[in-house]
Every structure is written in structure tokens, then in C-alpha cells.
Design a protein around this ligand. Structure first.
Ligand SMILES: NC(=O)c1ccc[n+]([C@@H]2O[C@H](COP(=O)([O-])OP(=O)(O)OC[C@H]3O[C@@H](n4cnc5c(N)ncnc54)[C@H](O)[C@@H]3O)[C@@H](O)[C@H]2O)c1
Length: 264
């Protein structure tokens, strides 16, 4: 039974690790001695993150990956196994949003969100699990969102995709549990990343929105990508050996609140 947070020498794939939350996750595993695969569609930021891990004394490889493509995921998994001979942890982090009135959304919009945020989780988990089963061990961590608890206008496609991730997490945890693979999800709230700024940019008074967003949290502030990274370390480590099929919400109490008022 694991009794510590040690993730050194674990082979860890982080999708969408070139920016934001994925970058924080990849850097943290790198600092803790994991062998990190930066699986990212954007080769410039993907390579930069990989270089930063190596500069910090860690080990990392960048593999250009489009998580919405089955072939690209298969190639990434094959290259990972060629490099390290195994996969211990997969963090399905890559995701996009299209915030748009639903009556203006096209099938192409729907497919793009579903393929990037949900189909990707199925595909990467499937091909990583084929390798994990060989060692009877593995941890799959899916980055969902607090949009699975409560959502906003013009966010239907995103909320649907992330809710699908939670259902998939539960089923996969049951299907793969007997083969030593744990599957969990993290549901972050507002995090200061490109993804968040893209959402905020639709509003004219961005300072007002920022103050309002901060004040909606019990902690009176947005989250930091580093805080998601910390949870991923825990979920990948022996400390979480009995944890599977679970979702951890990390949103400073935002989705706990029943009624938004300055008096309550
Ligand atoms: N930022 C938030 O407030 C927030 C809140 C809740 C959940 N999330 C989730 O966290 C995850 C990361 O979000 P973020 O804010 O860091 O996003 P981000 O946009 O800052 O970074 C996402 C990264 O994924 C990469 N990417 C996009 N499409 C890809 C593809 N097809 N294949 C491989 N890589 C791809 C991008 O190039 C980018 O580097 C997403 O799944 C998002 O839904 C974010």
C-alpha cells in the first residue's frame, strides 16, 4: 500500500500541457521527478514547457498530439512506450470552450467541443489503459469542470461535454478497477488561464466581471492552476490508492452556494 506522495520515476502523460492548467500539472510532476510527456497540439508552447522541465532538472519529452484524433493519440502512446516502456499516469487535461448562444451553434461547433473535450478522454484512456493493464497499475485523471454542477448561459456544449467526462470517469473506474487502474476527475472552477480570459473577454467591463467572479467564491478569489496540479499529484500517488470513480471539486466553494447575494 502506498503511503506517500512519491511520483518520482512515474511515466506521466499530460495532454494540453503547453499552457494554463496542463502546464502547471506538467511542471509539478517534472519537479517531483516524474518522466513527463507533454502531449500538446501547439508545438511552440509544448516544446517550451518541456524545456522548462528539463531546465528545472527534470525529465520530459514533447510529443505533438491532437487529442481529437485517434491516430494522433495512438502515435503518442506508442512513442511514450518506446521511450519509457510503460505508462503510469494519464492526465486528460486538453480542452476547449466555445461560448456561444445555442441557437447560433452549428454541428461543427458541437463536434469540435465534443471531440476535444470528451472523445479525447475516451481515446486517450483506452490506448493508455491497454499499456497500464500490462503492469496491473495506473491512474487516469480527467480534468472536468465545475460546469458539471451548475453552468452559465451560452455554455451548453461545454457543460454537456464535461458532464460526459464525469459519467465516463465513473464507468471506466468500474471497468478497469480489477486491473489495478484508478480513474478520477478534478472539477476546477474559475482559474486564471487563457481559457478563462477568453470567457471574460466577451464582457465590456472586464474589471467588474473580475471583482464579481472573485466575490462569488467563499475564498474570495479565483483558483490557481498550481492548485489543480497539487490534486493531480495526490491522485497519481499511493496516498490515493483507494480512490477511484471520484470527482474532486476545486472551486473555492463557488458551486456550493445556493443563492448569490451580498447578504447570504
Ligand atoms: N481555466 C479554467 O477556468 C478552467 C476551469 C475548469 C476547467 N478547465 C479545464 O481545464 C483544462 C485546461 O484548461 P486551461 O484553462 O488550462 O486551457 P488553456 O486554453 O489555457 O490550455 C489548453 C491547452 O490545451 C491545448 N489543446 C487545445 N486543443 C488541443 C488538442 N486538440 N490536442 C492537444 N492539445 C490541445 C492548447 O493548445 C493549450 O495549450 C480544460 O479541459 C478546461 O476545460 C479550465
Amino acid at each position: 500500500m502506498g503511503d506517500n506522495m512519491d511520483v518520482s520515476k512515474k511515466v506521466v502523460i499530460v495532454t494540453g500541457a503547453g499552457k494554463g492548467i496542463g502546464k502547471a500539472i506538467a511542471l509539478e510532476f517534472g519537479k517531483r521527478g516524474s518522466f513527463v510527456i507533454v502531449a500538446e497540439i501547439d508545438s511552440i508552447c509544448g516544446q517550451e514547457v518541456c524545456d522548462e522541465i528539463i531546465q528545472n532538472g527534470g525529465t520530459a519529452h514533447f510529443i505533438e498530439t491532437d487529442v481529437s484524433s485517434e491516430q494522433s493519440i495512438k502515435d503518442m502512446i506508442t512513442q511514450t512506450v518506446q521511450l519509457y516502456g510503460k505508462i503510469d499516469t494519464l492526465v486528460n487535461n486538453a480542452g476547449i470552450t466555445i461560448f456561444k448562444p445555442i441557437l447560433e451553434c452549428s454541428v461543427e461547433d458541437w463536434d469540435l467541443v465534443m471531440n476535444t473535450d470528451l472523445k479525447s478522454v475516451f481515446l486517450a484512456s483506452k490506448y493508455a489503459a491497454i499499456e497500464m493493464i500490462k503492469n496491473n497499475a495506473g491512474s487516469i485523471i480527467n480534468i472536468a469542470s465545475n460546469h458539471v454542477h451548475a453552468t452559465l448561459t451560452d455554455s451548453e456544449m461545454y457543460a454537456a461535454a464535461k458532464s460526459g467526462v464525469i459519467g465516463f470517469t465513473k464507468g471506466l473506474a468500474l471497468s478497469l478497477g480489477h486491473q489495478g487502474i484508478r480513474v478520477n476527475a478534478v472539477c476546477p472552477g474559475f482559474m486564471d488561464t487563457y481559457h478563462y480570459r477568453n470567457w471574460r473577454s466577451q464582457f465590456e467591463d472586464q474589471d467588474f466581471i473580475q471583482q464579481e467572479v472573485d466575490s462569488l467564491h467563499a475564498t474570495n478569489r479565483m483558483g490557481d492552476p498550481q492548485e489543480v496540479a497539487n490534486i493531480c499529484i495526490f491522485l497519481a500517488s499511493g496516498l490515493a490508492n483507494q480512490m477511484t470513480g471520484s470527482s474532486i471539486t476545486l472551486d473555492g466553494g463557488l458551486s456550493t452556494r445556493l443563492y448569490h447575494s451580498k447578504y447570504a
